[in-house]
Design a protein around this ligand. Structure first.
Ligand SMILES: Nc1ncnc2c1ncn2[C@@H]1O[C@H](COP(=O)(O)OP(=O)(O)OP(=O)(O)O)[C@@H](O)[C@H]1O
Ligand SMILES: [Mg+2]
Length: 314
């Protein structure tokens, strides 16, 4: 178990119920000081709902959460001062310039008057926005908009930064720049809690990752630990001759597959049960008079690992 003293975010049995839907179901985890904590899950897993509960944007159905020792509900006023929040949809003003938006945020967060400009200028430079400081938010590219939204969440030097899918919709270049900036920020000043549905991103940027699926946490660990834990996972590559069949046809006739996709002339199968899939392949080929022109196993990559972890917990 995690030692609670080490946790700067300590979440216990956090639950959110919408009518009959358990959006977040008894989620517990601990985020350590100055780490990048990735919260990884598919669409609808409960990522946004979890963040919203932690930052006081929605009520908690049951359970509790502490941020630097402050209860996120009872001590909300104190929590608000030490967290920065970057929502999945930007909350900045279209008609204000970069500088004006940051100034507005600084006022909102009660940054002392004498310190505002210095902090704003620092952030504009840090995020490569200095030359855009007098450009209206609405005229920025998507990547720059995202950076300014993050800058606005940092005006008051929070101890923790929550980001909900900060790189979604960005191109590869903008995404990489943002990763570098987030890593640098983390090194310099803040603990980072970041949600993503991108497996590669989670494994690339996080010190530790919690994987959430259908409201429940299904695995927590460092990228290395998670990879190791599932390192026995293999992918089956198979090709048939002739090879006209569809992936749908395969999934209907071969049992024990987590996923199957076609790559060129062969299929890649993530098995839940390796033996039963191999038996299924042989039976399938036999019953249709097909030749198995290739059959081999290889170890899984991060994305397949994720499928495996999420799939095992259905
Ligand atoms: N305000 C709401 N009212 C009812 N149900 C909701 C509400 N907000 C979220 N949900 C449901 O809760 C579940 C979790 O949603 P949430 O937005 O937290 O997922 P997510 O992991 O952020 O997904 P995405 O990757 O699509 O952003 C979903 O089933 C969603 O439909
Ligand atoms: Mg979301």
């Amino acid at each position: 178990m995690d030692n609670d003293n080490e946790c700067v975010i300590s979440v216990k049995e956090l639950t959110k119920i919408y009518g009959s839907v358990k959006a977040v179901d008894r989620v517990s985890f601990c985020v350590k000081d100055r780490e990048i904590f990735g919260f990884l899950g598919p669409n609808g897993a409960g990522k946004t709902t979890t963040v919203r509960m932690l930052v006081g944007l929605t009520t908690i159905s049951s359970g509790n959460a502490l941020v630097y020792g402050y209860n996120v509900v009872k001590d909300y006023k104190n929590v608000r001062k030490i967290i920065g929040v970057v929502p999945d949809v930007s909350n900045l003003y279209l008609e204000l310039t970069c500088f004006q938006n940051l100034l507005f945020s600084a006022k909102m967060y009660d940054v002392p008057k004498g310190m505002r400009e210095e902090r704003i200028n620092y952030l504009l430079k840090f995020f490569g926005l200095w030359k855009f400081r007098n450009v209206k938010f609405k005229n920025l590219s998507r990547g720059l908009k995202r950076r300014l939204t993050i800058a606005a969440a940092l005006v008051h030097k929070p101890k923790v930064l929550f980001l909900d899918e900060p790189t979604s919709g960005l191109d590869v270049m903008s995404r990489r720049i943002l990763w570098t900036q987030l890593k640098e920020l983390n090194r310099q000043e803040v603990t980072i809690f970041l949600t993503t549905h991108n497996v590669y991103e989670a494994f690339h940027i996080s010190d530790r990752i919690a994987i959430i699926n259908k409201g429940r946490i299904v695995a927590i660990g460092s990228p290395k630990e998670l990879s190791k834990r599932f390192s026995t996972q293999e992918v089956i590559e198979v090709a048939f001759y002739p090879s006209k069949m569809s992936t749908k046809d395969l999934s209907e006739h071969i049992k024990g597959m987590l996923s199957v996709k076609r790559v060129g002339n062969h299929f890649e199968i993530v098995p839940l049960n390796k033996n039963s899939v191999i038996e299924g392949i042989v039976r399938y080929a036999k019953s249709r008079g097909l030749e198995i022109s290739m059959l081999r196993l290889r170890s899984a990559d991060a994305e397949e690992l994720f499928l495996k972890i999420v799939g095992e917990t259905k």
